[in-house]
Design a protein around this ligand. Sequence first.
Ligand code: NAD
Length: 492
Amino acid sequence: MAELQIPQSRLACGNYVGAQWVKASGSRREVLSPYTNQVIGEFFESTSGDVESAVKTAHSAFAEWSQMPLKERCQILFRWREVLLRDLEQISVTAALECGKTVDEARAGVLKGIEILEFATAAQNFDLGGQMEVSRGVTCAYQRTALGVVAGITPFNFPAMVPMWMIPLALVVGNCFVWKPSDKTPLTSTWIANTLTEAGLPKGVFSVVQGGQTTVEFLLDHPLIRAVGFVGSTPVARSVYQRATLHDKRVLALGGAKNHIILLPDADPEVAGSGIADSFTGCAGQRCMAASVLVTVGDCESLIEKIVNAARTKQPGVNMGAIITRQSRERLVSAINQAEKEGVRVVLDGRHGHPPSAYAQGNWLGPTVLDLVRPGSTAACDELFGPILSIIRTKTLSEAIHLQNSSPFGNAASVFTRDGGLAQRVVRESRAGMIGVNIGVPVPREPFSFGGTQASKFGHGDITGHSGIEFWSERKKITIKWNQNSDRTWMS
Ligand code: NAD
């Protein structure tokens, strides 16, 4: 990772409207790299006028795009995939630079985004509408139609992947898409927009508006925006859901997480050791699928040792990424300090590591394991969003499942065991939306859709897979009777 060079000149980043980069009229903001805290780019916040211009442009492009045959829209998305793969390394480097993860992690994120794109292109094979003769001479049919102008609002931690959960699915069904990237990681949007245009997307179908909370509010209040996809923290997801639904929009807002892993004493030590360590240290713990609480059942001493030893091999700045901001790192360190004051045992301490000298000014925190964490404490309940694993010890599987299900979140959960019956019980009884068996990051691959439950999701359905296609579209139902002498039924 030490090969990642911090650019000396600032990367350009603006609003993208009508296939052109334009400067928004709000205040200037800087983009810092978590690797060094150097300024690597800048952007301007979008005012209501800037949002108006993007939405109006998208609205004007809607008729032509939505009436283009599905197969033609898919051809453009096929070409987009080729261009993204061609530019994979540069996109990954930009994402890594601005969000602090390793280039390998950033690349994996782009590839997962491309998997959604591949699923979207398959819409030409599965989304054929449908029709049936419902009685003699009477046919019912459905056609899928686009909603209109829709918006996506995304978090910092996956600058390419999370937007690509939404963009391909929303576009393939014929919507025009306005994207507001995270104000911490706006730079990757230049790659997404430029590659879409290169692939042949008509002008105006895709726009980018940069900004923070106020820009989001302009989008949520805009009467021409029909649907909003949001991914971010739970408090913001909840307020976005409430504000946009108040304006009669369709909303799916994915929130934060506190993922529990149940560890049984019979688990395979190698599988559990590396699987759980990778889960809580990957992306420096800044992913909504990261393990956060390890719930052990009975005597798991030697397994805990395996996890701690595997986590010890992760070195910030070498094979592990940085924390997004200085303030976020300070918040994580205070949470560890607080837990220590409360009597928790810090069995692996990431507070005092030394990153490579090139990145000495970055926001680094090594893997941290807290043992004997009390249920109900901050370390047990709050989303910390860093490489911190809280261990809570229980005596029975029932106690462990109860503890897991008492979390208000419901994104992911996992169990590590060699006993299929016990694993099945956890799958059956867990309230989380995505469950893993002997896997620390149980991200469903397409077409199995992505989405949690409870305070990890506001709105109905999932953001990817068939559910995503449903979210971004409507079914128009048509009942046809050409021959008036055909059957008369209770409906005709
Ligand atoms: P965030 O909630 O701070 O920001 C998300 C987006 O909302 C950004 O575009 C940001 O500019 C905007 N925003 C911030 N504050 C706002 C406000 N008050 N009103 C309106 N918009 C606002 O989240 P983040 O820190 O960028 O990302 C980390 C969070 O995202 C974590 O909680 C993580 O669990 C969550 N996340 C969830 C999923 C999931 O699938 N459930 C996936 C990735 C990240």
